[in-house]
Ligand binder design. Structure first.
Ligand code: ADP
Length: 305
């Protein structure tokens, strides 16, 4: 069983109180790949990087986490995207991006796309998010959807996480169409009610629930005192609550780690409801630490690498 996670990881600069910048790396599907690797799942990150030193360091860091690098394309003369996290006097964080020229956006552009597409179609499972969809433009997305159809034609499966970021989509109708296509191709859907309402308006969950029976669906709702995941598969429909978090420090990568915990548990043969409990436990631990990636020894005991 081998998984491919498709997307973009960027250089992250966080502004310190004296104006200096601390460097890290970040990206939603990369976070999921990282936690999958820690949970013992064989996973490759499928993206494009440049041939600069930051691309080298990023790939080396992924490799140290056990993520497979065999499908990382390196585009000569290109660079990764970059963002700065600024924290204001009240402690509110804002994110500022330079990503339009990022190498990752050309994953489905020639030269090289044909090889990537053939390789992708051979995985057992491909995981991607709404942010992945926003990277490629119409032609790239069409190539991606054709590739997912080829994968499914061979018996491979697709997992889609709705992660919707309005700034990635200048025209909301384009996002709606892309999400509808991805949802129709997904065998496993991770959706947050909040994302769906932003994208589709009230009752956005209907766009996901129309796939019940055909797809396995995990619908996350974070409103109310404790978050819940509604798990739907075949005819069953169960609400799995999260344990109240001991402390919430930084919710970055909550959804990304949730997806990893769920997928790892399902691959290990656990039932969907048990997988949701395990996913809540990992996400609940991740939000108790600063940043997307927690120390290895902070992983929940059962999930420790
Ligand atoms: P995202 O917005 O990144 O998709 P969600 O808000 O959907 O993340 O949260 C994902 C998961 O993170 C939840 O299902 C839950 O397991 C965990 N989580 C998030 N916030 C809390 C919280 N306050 N208490 C406990 N768990 C939480």
């Amino acid at each position: 069983m081998r998984i491919a996670c498709i997307g973009e990881c960027m250089v992250e600069l966080s502004e310190q109180s004296d104006g200096s910048l601390a460097r890290g790396f970040g990206g939603d599907t990369l976070n999921t790949a990282l936690y999958l690797a820690r949970l013992g799942v064989a996973v490759d990150y499928v993206t494009a990087l440049g041939d600069d030193v930051w691309s080298d360091e990023m790939a080396a860091a992924w490799g140290r986490e056990g993520i497979g690098l065999g499908r990382v394309r390196r585009l000569p003369g290109r660079m990764p995207g970059l963002y700065i996290i600024r924290t204001d006097a009240a402690g509110e964080r804002s994110f500022h991006y330079w990503r339009d020229q990022a190498a990752a956006r050309d994953l489905f552009a020639e030269p090289g796309a044909a090889e990537t597409r053939a390789a992708l179609a051979a995985y057992d499972l491909v995981y991607l998010s709404g942010i992945s969809l926003s990277l490629y433009g119409e032609a790239g997305r069409a190539a991606l959807f054709e590739t997912l159809a080829a994968l499914r034609g061979r018996g491979g499966r697709v997992a889609f996480d709705t992660n919707y970021r309005p700034r990635g989509w200048p025209v909301r109708e384009v996002a709606r169409a892309a999400f509808r296509t991805a949802l129709a191709q997904a065998d496993l859907i991770f959706a947050s009610v909040e994302d769906l309402d932003w994208l589709f308006g009230d009752a956005g969950d209907g766009e996901v629930l129309r796939h019940r029976g055909r797809a396995e669906i995990v619908l996350k709702a974070s409103t109310g005192p404790e978050p819940v995941a509604r798990v739907l598969h075949s005819t069953s429909d169960t609400v799995v609550p999260a344990e109240p978090a001991a402390r919430v420090v930084d919710t970055t990568a909550a959804g990304d780690s949730f997806a990893a915990g769920y997928l790892a548990a399902r691959i290990a043969g656990q039932a969907p409801e048990a997988a949701a409990t395990r996913a809540h436990r990992l996400a609940g631990t991740v939000i108790g630490h600063r940043g997307a990636v927690i120390p290895r020894d902070a992983m929940p005991a059962l999930d420790r690498p």
